[in-house]
Design a protein around this ligand. Sequence first.
Ligand SMILES: Nc1ncnc2c1ncn2[C@@H]1O[C@H](COP(=O)(O)OP(=O)(O)OP(=O)(O)O)[C@@H](O)[C@H]1O
Ligand SMILES: Nc1ncnc2c1ncn2[C@@H]1O[C@H](COP(=O)(O)OP(=O)(O)OP(=O)(O)O)[C@@H](O)[C@H]1O
Ligand SMILES: [Mg+2]
Ligand SMILES: [Mg+2]
Lengths: 267, 267
Amino acid sequence: GPRIVAVINQKGGVGKTTSAVNLGAALADAGLRVLMIDLDPQAHMSLHLGVDSTSLQHTVYDLLVDETCTTTEAIVRVDDNLDAIAAETDLAAAESELASNPNRNELLRTRLECVFNRYDVIVIDCPPSLGVLTINALSMATEVFVPMQAHFLALQGVGKLLETIGMVCSSVNPTLQVTGIILCMHERQTMLAREVVSDLEGFIESSRDQAVPWRNCRVLHPPIRRNIKLAEAPSFGQTIFQYEPTCHGANDYRALAADVMAGWLTA
Amino acid sequence: GPRIVAVINQKGGVGKTTSAVNLGAALADAGLRVLMIDLDPQAHMSLHLGVDSTSLQHTVYDLLVDETCTTTEAIVRVDDNLDAIAAETDLAAAESELASNPNRNELLRTRLECVFNRYDVIVIDCPPSLGVLTINALSMATEVFVPMQAHFLALQGVGKLLETIGMVCSSVNPTLQVTGIILCMHERQTMLAREVVSDLEGFIESSRDQAVPWRNCRVLHPPIRRNIKLAEAPSFGQTIFQYEPTCHGANDYRALAADVMAGWLTA
Ligand SMILES: Nc1ncnc2c1ncn2[C@@H]1O[C@H](COP(=O)(O)OP(=O)(O)OP(=O)(O)O)[C@@H](O)[C@H]1O
Ligand SMILES: Nc1ncnc2c1ncn2[C@@H]1O[C@H](COP(=O)(O)OP(=O)(O)OP(=O)(O)O)[C@@H](O)[C@H]1O
Ligand SMILES: [Mg+2]
Ligand SMILES: [Mg+2]
């Protein structure tokens, strides 16, 4: 089946959407058939891709709560090799609306299985929380990428995130792995960034022989440099490759995609 | 009574804690008696101030759920003119634990009223959500400052934030005003920043004659430039003035404090 990448970090504003969109777009550019799933009620991935979810009949929300909505109806074409399922603000109600559904943690996987054979990669952009939406992503995913900024306060939340992933892993998705950390908005030359990256790598190293989902995790390369073009692109509803294909931001995400593909080929 | 500033934005990672800490510290440096309240289960303000909340007997959590905990017991001295009430991870349970308490939205104000006469300013650092903790801050505050980054996606959440503030205002705190927007991690020269600031100012201008809590809002000056020192300081448990008092970050927050004080004197 397809590689299913859940892009997760409960901390806000760390680069999840920017990474999910541009990594997915880079993989599509490289020739892989990619499906993007916006699982965030903020609908930033949908905005970023130029999808006006308010004008759509069917979004990921309908897919989760309405059995008559077919998966194909919810899929829109964004570009060559690049499809998407959009989100819209109604999705904020999903947490409470699904609370009484015993299958609520696996709805997304159940609804998406019928289109698995159409894609090489599925990328899921998650909200900054560890609620039912993120759990749905975790139960469907083959792997987790964690975007984060190499800052002191960013390190504080990683423990809690991994704990949650560990729990979902053992309960519903035993083969799930946290395979990559994406360093976003990276300021390479600073002492702080170097210390945080060193802390991260030390932690990863110490987990190599343990039966934990992050035993094969690595810091992906290159780190994504801060580049205003990456913040401008969403305001035009474009990926960085559509907006400014030769800027640092595009180069960094293209190189990151190559690193990801190499990792898949040597795993 | 004291000016009570709630630092609020449901979007994550926008500069709430960095601004609450350094603005509060700058006001204390200027001679005002300041109390900092950490209302975030992430406890980043407490970390930033060098307060080890795990070693404390009494935090803001105890103040909210335990009537036998006195307010004075929860207050720790950080520096001259600078006290704090810390948070710790137990606070994450407050949302559900307080759900059945009919006074849950006003607990903080009720518990803090007895120490109002000790302070000129109280600064409340809020979590990235609009739940019971943030509502407690809103019902106690005299004004709201909204830190944000001048990015496209950041604009998307402002409407929802103001809507919530409007609701709390009319229901529990009619004199509450949104008086300031703090531009954080600002890249002044970029077209994107200029466009976003212009959008913000246009929106504020159009609300001048309406009976809304942001009718007297303004963009505070100066914007806070991106400065790695501001991200390093919390890793040492220090405010920027303790860590690197002559850097751009310190200068910007000192100037911001002057702007805030001038606004208070001319209001
Ligand atoms: N490398 C970068 N350079 C400059 N700006 C960036 C970069 N990466 C992300 N941004 C900007 O930073 C902000 C936060 O990024 P993004 O929205 O991707 O984070 P997020 O983790 O998805 O946030 P949320 O938790 O709200 O979903 C956005 O305005 C985005 O445009
Ligand atoms: N002007 C700045 N220059 C450089 N780094 C900054 C600046 N302001 C904040 N930061 C860093 O950006 C990150 C996010 O800032 P901060 O923690 O203050 O945001 P927040 O809104 O409180 O986040 P949360 O929603 O998680 O509470 C932190 O690592 C902080 O150290
Ligand atoms: Mg996002
Ligand atoms: Mg904070």
